[in-house]
Ligand binder design. Structure first.
Ligand code: MIC
Ligand code: SF4
Length: 642
């Protein structure tokens, strides 16, 4: 049988289950990654599971999201992560070393390996031929503890690439084109696999830009073959021995094939406030720009930065524009400084920020009121920048750099004189990476900001709760649990965070839900898209939310709700959504029975009518929901779990 690359990667890691789309499967996990904003919760849960040492081939804890240290909370979290990780056999990448996905690609990613990360952009590893999947912190803790991941076998979309990008288009424009075709929910339940002649025209960092932002499709992951360009990248990283050649069998089939001729791709932009709100840059040309931010895990490689430096060289950033540049890693910054490109960047008037997530997660650089901000990032969700009135456009680094000079949105010239080559040797200095083998007798440090997290209760009796909020389509986890410079320091303090739950939609939601002793959330399509933060499930749990009844739901958020013991129900008839109002009281008379048969009969006591909603859960997930979440489930499965 001819196999596509996804099937090969899954079959080589299959522990149990039949890998047919929609089936529950278990795969073995070679590597894991965590970052600080999800890491604290993940390691608290690893500790709660009673695990002494991780069983993976390599697990790495990155500190890259909140490096501001505006108060002791942040420093406490870092100290906790470093000590708990090292004591459990996990490598630590210290603040300043770079963004998790960029550093992992450079220093740890191995073609053909599986990687599970507590960050939705973990699929970046697909750029080097990994099966790299984002998950909630608890699922990553389980992957570290047991070396496995439970998954629903996705369908595989094949994207056949031909030709090569024009000089003024980049990998960012390619993934924006894919988002234009598929939308932010087009990838749910799917893996996106790239193949065809055009693949060889893209370097590993370019492929990684595409797989990274494949998260915005809602896809389980995206993957590229591992070929001579992968080998060259690994050789330049001093890791040629990690190379294996991987690709689909010729004639392999896919559930759907999309063909893209790279040479036809124009510079594109995602207009506010959704990554799939794609327009051509020429449609926006001439619009005044206030801020330009270049960086983030999707576009901060050396290649990206060299292109930006080449555009900025000898030019001056427009006086009305604030241009910030965050190189993706210490390696990138070091190499920019060695080759003189950093001087070109600085001479132009750009501001260099730390090698970290920074403005991408609202850690500083919130634009001014009503600003137009161009960002090379992957998400432009409403309010994510920290300024609700700002219009954030996602663009390529070339569009960003040319626009920063002009002060207005500018289409990069077709003959952009940019000829940037991958280095044959990267500068390798891993002194900000701590190897657990070098540390013994580590005391785990827990500062006062680290508070116990809520745990659900065994399902019993009935659920009769008020709909304390009704939201529309595409509600993101940035809406459910906002993240910014004020809130990120509290990622290990769920009680505090919960008072900001859904505050971008309704500032009084938390207060109202708590006053009513809990509630039910009603939502539209693609509820919970975006980040992997399990805080978007733990905060509602803290407030007493028992169920989310929605038209459709994003994969990671759904898993996080199940892990927390909150019922993720999907309307059988989407029009029932219209018949519910905030304040209605809903009754699920027998939730245990609902879980057992995967369908809930729900009575709207206020409106005097009834409807049904489905759970679409497998047997393991049923047991988890009945136990009141994964921690309870694990404890009942192995009572010596602490
Ligand atoms: C994001 O890009 O939204 C984040 C911050 O990296 C999140 C993780 C988090 O919320 O901590 C993600 O993508 O999973
Ligand atoms: Fe960090 Fe932004 Fe990437 Fe999330 S998307 S990991 S916040 S750089």
């Amino acid at each position: 049988m001819k196999l596509n690359l996804t099937q090969k990667l899954i079959l080589s890691h299959l522990v149990s289950g039949e890998p047919k789309a929609g089936n529950p499967i278990v795969i073995s996990v070679d590597q894991t990654l965590t970052q600080d904003s999800t890491g604290t919760m993940c390691y608290l849960q690893l500790e709660a599971l009673g695990v002494d040492k991780v069983v993976t081939k390599r697990s790495v804890a990155y500190i890259d999201h909140n490096t501001l240290q505006s108060g002791f909370e942040n420093a406490d979290d870092h100290a906790y992560i470093q000590s708990v990780a090292l004591s459990h056999g996990v490598f630590v990448s210290k603040p300043g070393n770079g963004i998790c996905h960029q550093v992992h690609l450079e220093r740890f990613g191995v073609p053909g390996y599986t990687l599970v990360g507590s960050d939705s952009h973990t699929p970046t590893g697909g750029g080097i031929g990994m099966l790299a999947i984002g998950a909630g912190g608890l699922d990553v803790a389980l992957a570290m503890a047991k070396g496995t991941l439970n998954l629903t076998m996705p369908e595989v979309i094949g994207i056949k690439l031909t030709g090569a990008l024009k000089p003024n288009a980049t990998a960012k424009d390619l993934i924006l084109e894919v988002l234009r075709i598929l939308s932010v929910k087009g990838g749910v339940g799917k893996i996106v696999e790239y193949f065809g002649d055009g693949v060889k025209s893209l370097s590993v960092p370019e492929r990684a830009t595409v797989t990274n932002m494949g998260a915005e499709l809602g896809a389980t992951t995206s993957v590229f073959p591992s070929d001579t360009r992968t080998k060259a990248f690994l050789r330049a990283q001093g890791r040629e021995s990690d190379f294996v050649s991987l690709c689909a069998d010729s004639g392999a089939s896919y559930d759907r094939i999309i063909e893209i001729d790279l040479s036809e791709i124009e510079p594109l932009a995602a207009a506010p406030h959704m990554p799939d709100n794609v327009v051509t840059v020429s449609e926006l040309a001439g619009k005044k720009v206030d801020q330009v931010c270049i960086g983030s895990c999707t576009d901060s490689s050396l290649l990206t930065m060299l292109k930006v430096a080449a555009v900025l060289k000898g030019k001056r950033v427009n006086p009305d524009v604030s241009l910030t540049i965050s190189p993706g890693s210490k390696q990138v910054l070091t190499m920019l400084s060695k080759c003189g490109a950093l001087k070109d960047i600085l001479d132009s008037g750009a501001r260099i920020l730390e090698c970290a997530c920074g403005p991408c997660i609202g850690m500083g650089q919130s634009p001014k009121t009503n600003a137009v901000s161009l960002r090379t990032f992957n998400r432009n969700f409403y309010a994510r920048s920290g300024t609700k009135s700002a219009s954030v456009f996602l663009v390529s680094p070339l569009t960003a750099a040319y626009s920063a000079i002009a002060g207005v949105i500018t289409v990069p010239p077709e003959d952009a004189p940019i000829d940037v080559k991958m280095p044959t040797r990267f500068d390798i200095n891993d002194n900000l990476i701590l190897n657990p083998a070098d540390f013994t007798d580590i005391a785990i440090e827990r500062g006062p900001n680290i508070k116990p997290f809520p745990i659900g209760e065994k399902l019993s009796g009935s659920i009769e709760k008020t709909v304390t909020i009704k939201v529309g389509d595409n509600i993101t986890t940035d809406d459910i649990m906002p993240s910014n410079a004020k809130l990120l320091p509290y990622r290990s303090n769920i009680p505090y965070l919960s008072s900001f739950c859904l505050s971008t939609v309704d500032e009084h939601f938390a207060e109202r839900t708590e006053a009513l002793g809990g509630g039910i959330i009603v939502g539209g399509e693609n509820y919970g898209q975006g980040s992997s933060r399990e805080h978007a499930a733990l905060a509602p749990l803290q407030l007493g939310i028992r169920a989310a009844i929605v038209k459709s739901i994003a994969r990671i958020h759904r898993d996080n709700l199940i892990n927390s013991g909150i019922l993720p129900l999907v309307f059988d008839n989407p029009s029932d959504y219209d018949g519910i109002e905030q304040g209605d009281v809903l009754l699920i008379a027998d939730p245990v029975e609902a879980v057992n048969c995967g369908k809930a009969k729900i009575e709207n006591k206020t409106k005097g009518r009834a409807f049904t909603a489905s759970l679409n859960v497998n047997d393991r997930q049923k047991d988890i929901l009945k136990a009141g979440g994964t921690i309870n489930y694990m404890k009942s499965a192995s009572p010596n779990v602490k």
